[in-house]
Design a protein around this ligand. Structure first.
Ligand code: ATP
Length: 208
């Protein structure tokens, strides 16, 4: 049967961390989807040099699999190469799943920035946003951003889940400084990073 409710969870996932897990878990609980698509993004050429290759970011996204039975790691944006615009992907999915409603989880940083996304009004028409506050300081701003988007006809579910204030930047910085980051990461991601020596200082990597 064709899915009726699809969660589209896009991100750089460099690397995926416990904040992503919490957001997706909360979105699944709120939406009760038939399918979840986890979509690691392509990276614009000017950023690609310092970033983890798409295949590795996609491999680390395996950590999301235990959250939902029908979960697909969709690598189309990586394969497309360069930066992808969400609206292009959403249009494509609209053709592939014409009857489904798409739900798009995001953190409050993205919610506050959403009005700057390419064709955001069209996105508002096509998506239901499931947003989560990332830092306690963002709570009031997130509520007003949600309200503004609703006034423009958008549908925004703001979850009441507790804040998990982690970012990939914080994880990368900890690892570069040789500090432990296991507490911020799902076990499988910590293992993958260790096995492949990701996010270490150049000097350490080259001595292996
Ligand atoms: P970076 O630090 O490299 O910018 P990030 O931690 O923000 O990365 P992304 O892969 O850019 O991670 O995030 C994908 C999506 O997950 C975004 O919508 C982002 O807002 C959301 N997200 C990331 N971390 C959290 C968190 N701790 N709580 C809720 N949402 C989050």
């Amino acid at each position: 049967m064709e899915p009726q409710k699809i969660i589209l969870f896009g991100g750089t996932f460099d690397p995926p961390h416990n904040g992503h897990i919490a957001l997706l878990r909360e979105a699944i609980a709120a939406v009760q989807p038939d399918q979840v698509l986890v979509m690691p993004s392509g990276i614009p050429p000017h950023k690609a040099a310092g970033s983890t290759p798409g295949t590795m970011r996609a491999a680390m996204c395996e950590c999301f699999r235990p959250l939902f039975e029908n979960l697909i790691i969709d690598t189309r944006e990586i394969e497309r190469g360069g930066k992808s615009y969400t609206i292009d992907t959403v249009r494509e999915l609209g053709e592939e799943y014409p009857k489904a409603q798409l739900y798009f989880p995001m953190g409050s940083d993205m919610l506050l920035w959403f009005h700057n996304w390419v064709e955001y009004k069209e996105l508002l028409r096509r998506l239901i946003i499931v947003a989560q506050v990332r830092r306690n300081e963002d709570a009031a701003a997130a509520h007003s951003a949600a309200q503004e988007l609703r006034q423009q006809g958008g549908r925004v579910i703001l979850t009441k889940a507790p804040v998990v204030a982690v970012s990939s930047t914080q994880v990368r910085a900890a690892l570069q400084q040789g500090k432990p980051a296991q507490q911020l990461l799902p076990g499988s991601v910590a293992e993958y990073i260790e096995r492949h020596g990701l996010y270490r200082k150049e000097r350490e990597r080259s001595t292996e």
